[in-house]
Design a protein around this ligand. Sequence first.
Ligand code: FDA
Length: 306
Amino acid sequence: MIGVFDRALAATLPLVPRPVVRRFADRYMAGETLEDAVTTVRRLNDRGVMGTVDVLGEFIRAPEEAEATAATYEHVLDAIAAERLDANISVKLSALGIDVDAKLADDLVARVLAAAERHHIFVRIDMEDSGLTDRTLRIYRRLREAGHERVGVVLQACMRRTMDDVEALAGLTPNVRVVKGIYIEPEEIAYRDPAAINGNFVRAVDRLLAGGSYVAVATHDRPLIEEVLAVIERRLVSREGYEFQMLLGVAEDVRHRLVAAGHRVRVYVPFGNAWYAYSVRRLKENPSIAGYVARDVMRSFVPGLR
Ligand code: FDA
């Protein structure tokens, strides 16, 4: 149960000293370097889990930052191929500069995609806030219509439009990651009620599977996973027709159970030096963890506190 206290703490998280956030960041990210990401993915692979590597770097302000992110993705792709890792990449259009210069973002997406295609590696375009939904889906459609097959998109169950997007994309038999949605959106366009979000989540997965789409079910919500498993069973979808996805450091028991039961499972592996913003977002998302951060801060001031 998440307390009001934890929620209030989460709101003040940006005030928490970086070394403390860093200790919690370690749980959610591979580290700062590509080597850290490779080590983490290899460890996951050894346990039968696939990876999707994310270069931390949202909220780009200058074209050079977007170029640097694209270059880092090229290094990631080379490393995945050279190390023979079972991994793909997840990219954010904001990190490739879509808010700075749309043409630049198009060029950088093309560059990253070309590098991925050289190595036969899949690219997932993450979905960001509602200001980017249309542009993201447009870019995805354009890429698919241009013949790029190893590219996928994300749909958010919290968005009221999502079933319309599922229908609109149906002709492309899209590879879709379904998530609840992490961004806080106005009620006119997004569901707030957890039951409505979960209902939309299951409907989207069901419709996508029925249309022959490969679906990445990205959630740690145990009852929701059970509902999705029931859909998969009812639709007689083969093990190659879907996968589960989770964040690094979250719900590891659920992940292990799914792997043991023979389902494909992939973990999101973020790395880079933009770890502070990423961690604060994760901590805000799960306020109960904020309580641990606070206790950690207290401990540094009050020796002996448990
Ligand atoms: P919910 O938030 O209800 O959590 C269920 C349970 O999981 C919690 O009770 C808790 O135990 C545990 N849990 C969840 N998050 C946790 C955390 N951060 N730390 C510790 N425990 C946690 N969103 C988006 O808008 N666009 C995107 O492209 C993506 N991409 C993406 C990829 C992958 C692989 C995952 C797993 C998630 C995303 N998301 C995302 C985020 C997604 O929208 C959602 O915010 C989170 O997955 C949390 O929601 P759950 O479905 O886990 O349910």
